[in-house]
Design a protein around this ligand. Structure first.
Ligand SMILES: Cc1cc2nc3c(=O)[nH]c(=O)nc-3n(C[C@H](O)[C@H](O)[C@H](O)COP(=O)(O)O)c2cc1C
Ligand code: SF4
Length: 541
């Protein structure tokens, strides 16, 4: 395929598309509520009413407002229907023909949608993820063409560096710097890994990107491969994401068919193939060194760094590992330029971030927001606040993150600000808690998760998470003493300071942040303890 073929394909696809497109969400969440039947019924209604020339029903990816699904959206007038059922789906088509529908209309102008800035999710909910032609019709694979034909590998790396993109997998490491390290390694076998393990409880951003726009990720990986000199890539996805896996497989086959993956891509001496590796749903396998072990067919245990994967990764070869959302940012950066990307966000955090907004908040689902937006804007404006109550705290960063109290809701969402208040950006989990929430229970919940997910390789994490969980349980059961509270804090720092990998190093964060901001809740429980000596407050200080 050459550039003209790509443009021709885009044109043919645009001509195939009808004036009215009825977008029906077919992501995992909406599929679980019968969206496949909804789509079938709408397609039948189009036939019955003889609207085939004008109306087209399209299965698309996630529209974001997952709490109100199944969702149907009409393009171009942007009418949104919520909580659609198979029984009333046909009436939506009838409404296009002058009839009436009782299906609830959503507010597509609500701040939940209007405050978003969609770069990664630009096509999500608008194109059929199972047809490469739809991706090509919205300009897909043009960035890959431009990178290969008009830029040297070094120029591509420089562009990504100048964009200021930082890894979206949690750590926030500068993407361009990582690419430069791999690119500078001596020529020879190099690999690319896309990390789609996504193990944080409550997180489903990456799943949504893979299910809704798989070619965006494949294109980002191919550009990365060209930039660093790799010819083989792996996408590591957890087995719990069957739809993402199925769509990725289809996308890879389609890209191969058009010569966008494989040998001599765009008739250039550039070869790149992608294989899928399915993880068994262990949180620790998202950690890069454990993931590499797992790709090699070994047990997914972390190993000490250095050497970093960029120097010695899969089978000892230089390996570039990036998160799904990081790769999904690449094509837009190449298309619109580093300056455009760097103009969005804050000084140290450029671009946008996708969050899974969940918990005690009116509007939950997936949002993509510019870096620098405040927590208050997200929770109160976009999320619509807590139903019938007040926000007590917002948890970001999953099991590695922390709880930010309501008094700090004006904190901007960027890497620096979130760490300065004792939390972290993480991969995008954002849980809103109301006044009824026990913060000690929250700490216990995350510790229970880490206790179950520790790989057991090193002692501080293996036994420390168990001990921390027991101490939290003792406190919650009102059987603790002031000494237990002291131990809880001391042990948290010990586990952080002495664990081998990021899981153990960050597992105590939810404990430490709740101890910092909500210590009174711990003290109240001690006061009520059957072992209280009535002097808890002094003793625990
Ligand atoms: C316990 C643990 C789990 C992790 N899980 C993931 C994950 O599911 N997805 C991911 O991209 N990164 C995960 N990471 C971070 C990766 O180790 C790595 O930093 C990341 O994939 C690099 O990509 P990025 O630079 O694009 O963020 C995890 C780290 C730790 C310590
Ligand atoms: S810190 Fe925990 S998860 Fe990481 S290697 Fe040690 S035991 Fe395994």
């Amino acid at each position: 395929m050459d550039y003209q073929d790509l443009l021709d394909l885009a044109e043919t696809e645009k001509n195939r598309q009808k004036t009215i497109r009825v977008h029906c969400c077919t992501s995992t969440g909406c599929q679980a509520s019968n969206s496949v039947d909804i789509m079938k019924n709408m397609k039948n209604a189009v036939k019955t009413l003889g609207l085939e020339e004008r109306v087209q029903v399209v299965g698309v990816g996630c529209m974001g407002a997952c709490g109100r699904g199944p969702l149907v959206q009409i393009d171009p007038d942007d009418t949104l229907y919520e909580e659609v059922e198979p029984e009333n789906a046909a009436s939506i088509i009838d409404a296009l023909n002058g009839g009436k529908t009782e299906v609830i209309k959503g507010d597509s102008q609500h701040p939940f949608f209007s405050r978003q800035l969609r770069i990664v999710r630009e096509n999500t909910g608008k194109i059929d993820p199972e047809r490469i032609e739809e991706y090509i019709a919205v300009g897909g694979y043009q960035s890959l063409y431009h990178a290969i034909h008009e830029m040297s590998p070094t120029e591509v790396v420089d562009e990504i560096t100048r964009s200021g993109l930082r890894g979206r997998g949690g750590g926030g490491y500068p993407t361009g710097l990582k690419w430069a390290t791999v690119a500078k390694m001596p020529e020879g076998q190099k690999y690319i890994i896309c990390n789609g393990d996504e193990g944080d409880p409550g997180a489903f951003m990456d799943r949504s990107v893979l299910e809704s726009d798989p070619h965006l990720v494949l294109e980002g990986m191919a550009i990365a491969a060209y930039a660093v000199g790799a010819n083989h890539g792996f996408i590591y996805v957890r087995a719990e994401y069957p739809l993402a896996i199925q769509r990725l497989k289809k996308a890879i086959q389609q890209a191969k068919k058009y010569g966008l993956l494989g040998s001599q891509i765009f008739e250039c001496p550039f070869d790149f193939k992608i294989d899928i590796r399915i993880g068994a749903g262990a949180f620790v396998c998202g950690e890069e060194t454990a993931l590499i072990q797992s790709v090699e067919g070994k047990r997914g245990n972390p190993v000490p760094r250095p050497p970093y994967p960029a120097q010695s990764g899969i089978w000892g070869c230089p390996t570039l590992i990036n998160n799904v959302e990081s790769f999904a940012n690449i094509s837009p950066i190449i298309k619109k330029g580093a300056d455009w990307y760097a103009s969005i966000g804050t000084e140290d955090s450029k671009g946008t971030k996708i969050f899974a907004l969940t918990g005690k908040v009116r509007n939950n689902g997936l949002i993509e927001v510019p870096m620098g937006i405040t927590l208050r804007e997200i929770v109160e404006e976009m999320g619509g606040g807590v139903p019938g109550g007040e926000v007590k705290a917002v948890q970001t960063g999953g099991p590695s993150g922390g709880c930010i109290p309501a008094s700090m809701l004006d904190t901007p969402v960027d890497y620096k600000s979130l760490s300065s208040v004792g939390s972290m950006m993480g991969s995008g989990g954002m849980v809103v808690m109301d006044e009824e929430t026990s913060m000690v229970e929250v700490a216990q919940f995350y510790m229970e998760f880490c206790r179950g997910e520790t790989c057991g390789k090193c002692v501080p994490c293996r036994t420390g998470t168990v001990q921390l969980y027991s101490l939290l349980t003792k406190i919650l059961n009102k059987k603790a003493t002031a000494l237990d509270l002291e131990r809880l804090e001391e042990l948290s720092y010990l586990v952080k300071d002495t664990s081998l990998c990021g899981l153990g190093m960050t597992a105590p964060n939810p404990v430490l942040s709740t101890l910092h901001y909500f210590k009174q809740e711990y003290l109240d429980l001690l006061q009520e303890s059957e072992f209280s000596n009535g002097n808890v407050v002094t003793a625990a200080k």
